[in-house]
Design a protein around this ligand. Structure first.
Ligand SMILES: Nc1ncnc2c1ncn2[C@@H]1O[C@H](COP(=O)(O)OP(=O)(O)OP(=O)(O)O)[C@@H](O)[C@H]1O
Length: 595
């Protein structure tokens, strides 16, 4: 920036010297001397001035790109380092706007300080040199400059406000658009295209309205400055001609003065342009500063420019940790709420997750099952109580250390952008192709993927895979390397029998080697569990196995009855072995038809 400023100053100096050298040419012409020297100086000034301006332009362009890049990467880093709750209460589209279109506004604004300094110095330099030529003509010029400056001072702040409002509308538009596209099937099935279009165009119109307001103000500022200078030139011409006629100034002085007056357009345009760009930049910077306020997760640095080295994850599963005893995860008196004024989402939770075996969480909607998962994954921090991993409190681990021991399958099982291979390697980027194929085999997708022309390199989009396949890909990612704890949030929607059987088999296999915790939505999963935790209104109501709970807990009986209706499975009688009596879904996997 400093180099840009210096280059600008040199280019300005060359520009400022030009009228004086022109006067020298005219005086030399009048005196009948050789024109060689003044004309050479004039040419050198023009060429050097142009070359330096070009250099400065390119330099400032590079700085502008760097500023935009820094702003974008800064926002992206903050998003990915932020605590989940900091992001989830904003719409995805709005967050995207702040990483894409807001930083673009900094492009013009980035060089505005240099432009303003250059413009201001050029303006002062021009006025000083005008003063050396004729003070009376300078007086006429100053009136125009002061009037222009006052009007600009009054108009410019409203340009910034209009820009900010326009960006807010663009942000809202991004949010609504992202939501509408995500739910496009529902939008169409509800015949809501027109209504959504109307809602979206309202935001787009809002942005255009504010943008137009800013454009009108900018146009007014430009017109005022140009007209002011044009009027000043007319006055200079009139007053100057009269003074030259009376012999008070030479004609060459008047010509040089007029050249300076025309030259005033340069600094005044530069000042106007940079002040306008700066207003837009200030508006964008204000919105970007709000992102800086996002709270980061403990142990993550939103300002680090290089990603931290991933912490080595020791061999997973109980087999890799024979030295450790006691539960792998423990919750002790845990209470958590989503907002200080909200009621606790879970309260006084005491729970041990054994190192080996399957723990199923069941409970009515809103009971706090997902919240419990968020606590285990350290997406949420408890208000009271503590969560322990291997007997050590969570705050004594970094979130990465905790998550390095867990594998998580989300209920919606979203695919991440990229290929099938990218999706499978998402947790362990160093996994070999053989490991990937083994994981695909575990979820019965190997034949399907090997039949694809591009195999593991097939690009994957959420729309190109079925819900069941998405879940199996997510499961394959989770079981790629044996995790210590597999957290599985089962799909609530009906999934195909094959997917359900694959999930059941994976859960059973993992539960033999390590811990599996499921939010169970299927009777087959509940029946498979070694420990069932019944939750209600944020509390643990009962813990036990299926047979015991069926005999002792009314809510559990109701839940099982509703699952039975959902899956059309017979409920085994209390005391009977649920695993063998549960019917249809426990068909041995090998006997299921291959896809
Ligand atoms: N992001 C959030 N912000 C505010 N409150 C939340 C949030 N997520 C959940 N809650 C509230 O916390 C309570 C527990 O919700 P949670 O999602 O843990 O229940 P759940 O048992 O998983 O329900 P479901 O089976 O319907 O998914 C509910 O009262 C819910 O409204």
């Amino acid at each position: 920036m400093l180099i840009g400023l210096l280059l600008g100053l040199v280019a300005n100096a060359a520009g400022l010297a030009t009228p004086l050298v022109t006067k020298w040419v005219l005086d030399t012409l009048g005196a009948g001397d050789s024109l060689a020297r003044p004309v050479t100086v004039l040419l050198v000034l023009v060429v050097v001035g142009a070359a330096i301006s070009l250099w400065q332009w390119i330099l400032m362009g590079r700085i502008a790109e760097q500023v935009v890049l820094d702003a974008r990467t800064g926002v992206i880093r903050r998003y990915l380092a932020a605590r989940i709750d900091q992001l989830t209460h904003r719409s995805g589209g709005e967050l995207v706007t702040r990483a894409t279109s807001d930083p673009a506004l900094l492009h013009e604004a980035s060089g505005s300080l240099v432009g303003l300094t250059n413009g201001a110095l050029a303006l002062v330099g021009t006025l000083v040199l005008m003063g050396t030529l004729d003070l009376v003509l300078l007086g006429a010029t100053m009136v125009a400059v002061v009037v222009v400056a006052v009007l600009m001072g009054l108009l410019l702040p409203s340009i910034g406000r209009a820009q900010e409002a326009a960006q807010e509308s663009v942000g809202r538009l991004g949010g609504t658009l992202e939501g509408s596209l995500r739910a496009i099937r529902t939008v169409k099935a509800s015949r809501a295209e027109q209504r959504q279009t109307a809602a979206l165009t309202t935001d787009a119109r809002d942005a255009a309205r504010h943008g137009l307001h800013a454009a009108r103000r900018s146009a007014l500022v430009w017109t005022i400055s140009w007209t002011g200078i044009q009027l000043a030139i007319i006055v200079i011409l009139g007053v100057g001609a009269a003074r030259a006629e009376r012999g008070l100034i030479e004609v060459s002085t008047l010509i040089a003065f007029l050249l300076y007056a025309f030259g005033l357009m340069g600094p005044i345009s530069e000042l106007t342009q940079n002040l306008t760009a700066m207003q837009a930049g200030i508006a964008a910077a204000g919105r970007l500063r709000e992102i800086e306020a996002l709270e980061a997760e403990p142990g993550s640095s939103p300002t680090a420019t290089t990603p931290a080295e991933p912490e080595p994850v020791p061999p997973g599963g109980a087999a890799g940790r024979r030295d450790l005893v006691g539960p792998v995860l423990t919750l002790r008196g845990v209470t958590v709420r989503y907002a200080p004024s909200a009621p606790p989402a879970v309260r006084d939770i005491d729970l041990d997750i054994p190192r080996v075996g399957h723990t199923a969480l069941v409970g009515p909607s809103g009971a706090g099952k997902t919240t419990l998962f968020s606590l285990l994954l350290r997406f949420l921090e408890p208000e009271h109580g503590e969560v322990l991993l291997d007997g050590r409190r969570y705050p004594d681990h970094t979130p990465a250390q905790v998550r390095g021991r867990l594998a998580y399958v989300e209920q919606e099982a979203p695919v991440v952008p990229g290929t099938i291979g990218d999706n499978l390697r998402f947790t362990h980027p160093d996994a070999s192709d053989d490991e990937l194929w083994a994981a695909l085999r575990a979820v019965n997708l190997h034949e399907k993927v090997s039949g694809l022309e591009l195999g593991l390199d097939t690009p994957l989009a959420a729309t190109t895979v079925s819900g069941g396949e998405r879940q199996r890909i997510a499961l394959a990612r989770a079981v790629l390397r044996t995790p210590d704890v597999l957290l599985l949030d089962e799909a609530t929607s009906q999934v195909d029998g094959l997917t359900e059987a694959v999930v059941s088999r994976c859960v059973r296999e993992r539960a033999r080697e390590g811990a599996v915790v499921t939010i169970a939505h299927r009777l087959s999963t509940v029946l498979d569990a070694d420990q069932i935790v019944v939750m209600e209104r944020g509390r643990i109501r009962a813990v036990g196995d299926h047979a015991t709970l069926l005999g002792t807990d009314e809510l559990y009986r109701d839940l099982v009855a509703s699952l039975r209706i959902g899956t059309a499975e017979p409920v085994p009688a209390p005391g009977s072995d649920g695993r063998t009596g549960s019917g249809t879904l426990l068909v041995p996997f090998e006997r299921l038809p291959q896809e």
